[in-house]
Design a protein around this ligand. Structure first.
Ligand code: PEP
Ligand code: MN
Length: 265
């Protein structure tokens, strides 16, 4: 990861190639935590597209803390993501949890997400490295920067240079007011250590929708290359991560505010 050869990640999407990297507009990835049904994912995708964001996110396989919580709709959710991609031309980012589903996920995803809980699943990292598809590597809940970069190295060493690093908050002693603590300093720190593009996920970092806007602004001010934002047509009824999800109008407003910072075009 200290090799300066690959300083950007270029992802082909139906709407054209999107570049993650410095000296490029901030790339925005938005969508629900989980793909729940066709109507909600297509409606969300249409709004995401209209704001100028480039990627739709949505989980088909969900890494839930409780085995009794909603686990994602799996393969049928992947099919709905493919429909949303066709309807809007947005690139798709979705998580793979298990190597058994890697081929299926890779057939729909333009970028494969490795979730925080799998950041050190080294056998999975080697396998996603071997697919050659761009990989979004989320920082583990208690991972140091060095741990995280070594996990990225597993993917790079497998011959895949297209890795994006996503800071999504780390565990600290305070769980009362925020779900995690956003390590905003990871942005300038990573800049001294790696050429890999950086994404900030203020939704999982804070766990509360009202804190998403200020943390997104902070991420842009600190030089992030991209943002991941959870949005849902009806957050109160979301099957996962409702409290941190923006409504569609709130997301539209956020995009206008971020656009005013002049980093999008
Ligand atoms: C997600 O992106 O919905 C997710 C589960 O994120 P994380 O792995 O960062 O918790
Ligand atoms: Mn989520």
């Amino acid at each position: 990861y200290r090799n300066g050869e690959h300083s950007e990640v270029v992802v082909p999407t139906p709407n054209g190639a999107v570049t993650f990297g410095q000296n490029h507009p901030v790339v925005v990835v938005a969508g629900p935590c989980s793909v729940e049904n066709e109507q909600m994912i297509v409606e969300t995708a249409q709004v995401v597209k209209a704001t100028g964001a480039q990627f739709l996110r949505g989980g088909a396989y969900k890494p839930r803390t409780s085995p009794y919580a909603f686990q994602g709709h799996g393969e049928s959710a992947l099919e709905l993501l493919a429909k949303a991609r066709e309807a809007t031309g947005l690139g798709i980012i979705t998580e793979v949890m298990d190597a058994a589903e890697l081929e299926l996920v890779a057939s729909v995803a333009d970028v494969i997400q490795i979730g925080a809980r799998n950041m050190q699943n080294f056998s999975l990292l080697k396998k996603v490295g071997a697919t050659g598809k761009p990989v979004l590597l989320k920082r583990g809940l208690a991972a140091t920067i060095e741990d995280w970069l070594m996990s990225a190295e597993y993917i790079l060493a497998a011959g895949n240079p297209n890795v994006i690093l996503c800071e999504r908050g780390i565990r600290t002693f305070d769980k009362q007011y925020t779900r995690n603590t956003l390590d905003i300093s990871a942005i300038p720190v990573l800049r001294t250590l790696t050429h890999l593009p950086i994404m900030i996920d203020p939704s999982h970092a804070t766990g509360k929708s009202e804190f998403v806007q200020p943390m997104a602004m902070a991420a842009i001010a600190s030089g992030t290359d991209s943002l991941m934002i959870e949005v849902h047509p009806d957050p109160a009824k979301a099957l996962s991560d409702g409290p941190q999800s923006l409504t569609l109008p709130a997301f539209e407003e956020l995009m206008l505010e971020l656009g005013a910072l002049g980093k999008f075009f």
